[in-house]
Write a protein that binds this ligand. Structure first.
Ligand SMILES: *Cc1c(COP(=O)(O)O)cnc(C)c1O
Length: 465
């Protein structure tokens, strides 16, 4: 399997190179040169596989078969808190929650990160290389990355978070990981300051090569690939390829729903993809009126979707533009410069045939959490609730099509919102029950590049002397 860039100017790469590179050198995102398409018989043959075996089968189609992918997937999902890994829970007559939050940090990012950490380790070990992963987080991504990289021999990881601005659960999920290769830094500043520091480290070329800096951000193709199997698993459970299904996905960076699109591109009969947004509704505005214009980000009850520029949208744009790299590059350049993406009407109309968008504000989110609780006894986190409300509002006309909602976080990860809506404070699962008693370890540093780089260097070199 070869990968090409959405901007058409990068040399084709294999899966391993794409995993390590993240972004293509022309600024584009890697996509398969050709999508694998399966016959109905090939889909049927996957029924009954365990989740790790199914994941390995799908990842092999995308070129991960040169790695010990069976073992990697077994280990990645062994620590999940449910034997089905991604259980389905019925919510009403035709809608179901696909629970993607049984991993170590209680959010769906573990589904891909647990695989990615092990892939990195394998490839680096084989090449005799090491990397230092640096990242900034306002919450979910940092903890998922730390859990994925802890105790990996070839990887050091440093995560910056804004001091005092993450929730207690989110901070503790990062700072109580005491593995020697993990370092947490609380920065005097906000999330943007943390992100600017990370960018500045990557732009400091001598530092970047000295530390072998790397990232595991959401544009990495391997993360998308590792999110495809749960859409396959759910669709097969409902009778695919012999029955159509629809998915509703609460969306921020467009990564999760892009994986659902990929499953459809591979031949799974997915009739509709419903996109749920909070008040940061750039995607809903695009689908309603071809208006892809960035507005200032506003905080909401579903903070992991507080995003205005959905970076993975570029991969869909590339497909909508007939895989024309020059046209994609031009469109993205104008979006960057003008804050508005000029999508041709024909491409927009094609997108609206499959996707529909729904927006829910904070009040609506609380109402939805309460409604689910009183009508079904299901406790949903605020992100999932955006998805369930979208599913109900935009369900396909044909009642025989089940609507499967991506449940992206455990309710205990956002206990304040859930308690406000239902009066119930969801307890942490038993395996995390002592989170509030665990020892925390982190450094507090000023918003100063020199100080941060010195801390990263000391961490990466701690064993060198
Ligand atoms: C990251 C995240 C999302 C958004 O996923 P994207 O791939 O960015 O669209 C939704 N819900 C939760 C809980 C998340 O952590």
């Amino acid at each position: 399997m070869r990968y090409i860039s959405t901007r058409g100017q990068a040399a084709p790469r294999d899966f391993e190179a794409v995993l390590l590179a993240g972004l293509a050198e022309d600024g584009g995102l890697f996509v398969p040169a050709e999508w694998p398409v399966l016959t109905p018989a090939e889909w049927r043959a996957m029924r009954g596989l365990s989740y790790p075996a199914l994941a390995a089968r799908i990842l092999t189609l995308f070129g991960a078969g040169d790695m010990p992918i069976g073992r990697i997937c077994e280990e990645a999902y062994a620590g999940f808190g449910h034997p089905a890994v991604v259980p389905l829970v019925q919510l009403d007559r035709r809608s179901f929650a696909l629970e993607l939050f049984h991993g170590p940090t209680l959010a769906f990012k573990d589904m891909a990160m647990q695989v990615l950490g092990r892939m990195f380790d394998h490839v680096l070990d084989k090449r005799g290389e090491r990397v230092t992963i640096v990242g900034a987080t306002s919450g979910d991504t940092g903890s998922a990355a730390i859990e994925a990289c802890r105790d990996r021999a070839a990887v050091d990881i440093v995560i910056l978070h804004p001091e005092g601005r993450t929730s207690d659960v989110q901070r503790r999920q990062m700072t109580t990981v005491l593995a020697p290769n993990v370092k947490n830094i609380a920065v005097h500043g906000d999330f943007d300051a943390c992100q600017d520091l990370v960018k500045a480290m990557f732009n400091d070329a001598p530092f970047r090569s000295e530390m072998h800096l790397s990232a595991v951000n959401s544009i990495n193709w391997a993360r998308i690939a590792a999110q495809i199997p749960y859409y396959v698993s759910a669709a097969l459970a409902f009778g695919a390829p012999d029955r159509e299904v629809a998915f509703s996905v609460p969306t921020g960076n467009f990564g999760n729903v892009l994986a659902a699109w990929a499953a459809r591109r591979m031949g799974l009969p997915i009739s509709h993809l419903i996109i749920g947004s909070n008040r940061n509704d750039i995607l809903a505005r695009f689908l309603a009126a071809n208006d892809m214009s960035a507005q200032p980000v506003e905080p909401s009850l579903s903070p992991s979707m507080d995003i205005q520029v959905s970076s993975n949208f570029e991969r869909l744009l590339f497909e909508l533009l007939g895989r024309d790299g020059a046209a994609t590059a031009g469109t993205m350049t104008r979006f960057r410069a003008e804050g508005r993406m000029p999508v041709p009407d024909s491409a927009w109309r094609e997108a609206t045939r499959l996707f529909s968008g729904f927006t829910l504000d904070d009040a609506g989110t609380l109402t939805e959490i309460r409604h689910l609780w009183t009508s079904t006894g299901y406790l949903a986190d605020p992100h999932t609730a955006v998805g369930t409300a979208a599913a109900r509002a935009l369900a396909p006309a044909d009642p025989a099509i089940p609507v499967i909602v991506a449940a992206t976080a455990h309710p205990a990860k956002f206990p304040d919102a859930v308690e406000r809506a239902t009066g119930i404070r969801p307890p942490l699962p038993a395996r995390l029950g002592d989170l509030y008693d665990r020892e925390e370890r982190f450094s507090v540093l000023p918003n100063d590049l020199g100080a941060i780089e010195a801390a990263v260097r000391a961490h990466a070199r701690r064993n060198a002397a």
